[in-house]
Design a protein around this ligand. Structure first.
Ligand SMILES: Nc1ncnc2c1ncn2[C@@H]1O[C@H](COP(=O)(O)OP(=O)(O)O)[C@@H](O)[C@H]1O
Ligand SMILES: [Mg+2]
Length: 235
């Protein structure tokens, strides 16, 4: 459903993405791994329309959306769980969830997300629905960021470093949620520093280094090449 082709993106004067090719098929979980500063977030923001690539295409169902505004990309069924979560601290949990809520696109299969279903998936958020975003723990904020994205009823979820800064038990919980959402037919682009989480969840793994995708394969294939893991991931 998403095809990234020969994408070149700058951040300021930094030439970060130097010809990235990557495909995210419908209903699959595609992981993106890579060391800090390699450009993972830059790629996510380029797909989402937050950064305009200097060259290349981001095709959504065959249509190039590179450089289109992010609300347009969102309307076509792509939702972002941003790195750092970016919860609205002064709004309540419920306001954070309903802010960008929208019904699914025509032809949508799978769950249609509503508030009560988000609270079912994340009971803590239901308990704290009147609390302000800024009062939540890091783990709760991560769940809120995921819930907020689900409320837009996307076809594809871009998850940028969802395990960052979380305790191991919460990281496991994020892994379970990714598995559950994928089981429901949601496409997931999982950007991670956490090798275990990515490998456990993904159909395909891509490794970003030096501005391009330097390796691509299945989790089992990545498991079989320790030198690739060592060189590009340090694991
Ligand atoms: N606002 C910015 N202006 C200039 N360079 C930036 C900016 N933000 C990030 N960078 C640089 O862009 C590169 C890629 O960053 P990023 O996409 O955040 O990497 P990752 O998500 O893989 O850690 C890094 O080298 C970083 O220093
Ligand atoms: Mg990042």
């Amino acid at each position: 459903m998403i095809e990234v082709e020969d994408v070149h993106t700058y951040r300021g004067i930094n030439y970060v993405l130097q010809g990235v090719d990557l495909t995210i098929p419908d209903q699959q979980c595609v992981a993106l791994l890579g060391r800090n500063g390699m450009g993972k977030t830059t790629l996510v923001e380029t797909i989402m329309g937050l950064l305009r690539p200097r060259r290349g295409e981001v095709r959504l169902d065959g249509r190039n959306v590179a450089g289109r505004p992010s609300y347009e990309v969102a309307r076509r069924g792509v939702a972002l769980v941003p790195q750092g979560r970016h919860i609205f601290a002064s709004l309540t949990v419920e306001e954070n969830l309903t802010l960008g809520a929208r019904p699914p696109l025509d032809g949508h299969t799978g769950t249609t997300w509503k508030l009560d279903m988000i609270y079912e998936l994340f009971p803590h958020l239901g308990d704290r629905r009147r609390n302000r975003g800024g009062q939540l723990s890091g783990g709760e904020q991560q769940m809120l960021a995921i819930g907020r994205a689900l409320m837009t009823n996307p076809r594809l979820l871009l998850m940028d470093a969802p395990s960052e800064g979380l305790a191991p038990a919460i990281v496991d919980r994020v892994g379970e949620i990714v598995g559950q959402l994928r089981g429901e037919g949601l496409g997931i682009f999982l950007v991670e520093q956490n090798y275990q989480l990515a490998v456990r969840s993904a159909d395909t793994v891509n490794i970003l280094a030096g501005g391009t995708v330097v390796w691509r394969g299945t989790p089992a294939e990545l498991d079989a090449v320790p030198e690739v893991r060592e060189q590009h991931l340090g694991v």
